[in-house]
Design a protein. Sequence first.
Lengths: 288, 124
Amino acid sequence: MAKEQGQRDARRSPTIRQSLQEYGRGIVGGLLFSLPLLYTMEVWWTGFIASPMRLIAALGGTFLLLLGYNRFAGLRKDSRFSEVAIDSLEELGLGLALSAFVLWALGRINWQMPPEEFVGKIVVEALLVAIGVSVGTAQLGDAEDSDDHGMGEDRDEPGFWGNLVLAVCGAVLVGANVAPTEEVVRLAIENSSLRLLALVLVSLVLTGVILHYLEFRHGKALPAEGRFRTVVVETGIAYAAALVVSAVTLAFFNRFDGVSSIIAVALIVVLALPATLGASAGRLLLRG
Amino acid sequence: MKKNWLEWTVAGVSLVMVLATLAFLASDALSGPRKPPFVELTLKQPESHGNGFLVPVVAENMGGQTAEGVKVEVVLTPSSGEKETAGFDIDYLPRQSKREGWVRFDEDPRRGKLEAKVLGFEKP
């Protein structure tokens, strides 16, 4: 396998078998990470409630996220922009096809529906399937492969922007599984501010511990000097990414409509806990 | 950039799918503001069922927006005796979509007058 992969690096086109395996891994990843959402009613409903403009914006946002992920953690990371863009496009296409197939198999779409309804459902589900495809293609392969790619210093260390992109991807991947559910609204409405504050603290401690103290794969062992400051800064960045991702996904699922600002904050805080798990643990694991 | 014919095919098909989706959504977005939900009810032929009668009801949203929690009520005024009310709720009725259900009566709806109406619905 390592040898075959080496041929690929030598800029020769891969065999059909290699391509099929790569797509297969992508499809499995897509199903693995997004099946919970394909089985969630609120997501189907969003398909016909969301306005077309919102769906277009979400498609654009997902494409940017795919570009970022493929650039910093994809199978052919650090390759030319055109290659990263084509990979991202393929992942979006596979996401659409896979989402359409699963929704059809589950009896959620049919030809009697108006096109706005089934297109909406397919698009909403496809966004997460596409991210799953991307992660699956990059992560489910033979570990030896990815090591083969990691040549040069900067590939091993994604740097500030790379880490931020990976944190956002992780936050979306984990957070989006919970974001559309009614339970988030329940938790936001029924909990006191004191409890929500405690939730923020728990989120921050978890993030910091995951990033620096548990020796996760790719986790950094910091020099004692200036250690505390680095921990605080990185934890802050990961949690901030989680808050932003929470706000954006909640807005996509229309959770802020006619909601008072304190409830809006409560919603974000409730969702930020799973999202920050993605932004910290997810970020480290997604690097491959 | 070296790709085999399979990868180029997948890339091409993906491009077409993504562009088609965008074009569809854009044309939908540009088609102007959507009219509020307008639910039309159609009653089908009653059937006798066990100790009562079932009447199939088709609810169709002819408007441009989704209706949530649609309350459907059907009143039976028999030729003699008291009025009977039956109904059901529909979770979501997307625009231009149909949902079907049944209402149940003790008396035979074929001997009397049936009146169906929508009591109300929410904005999702």
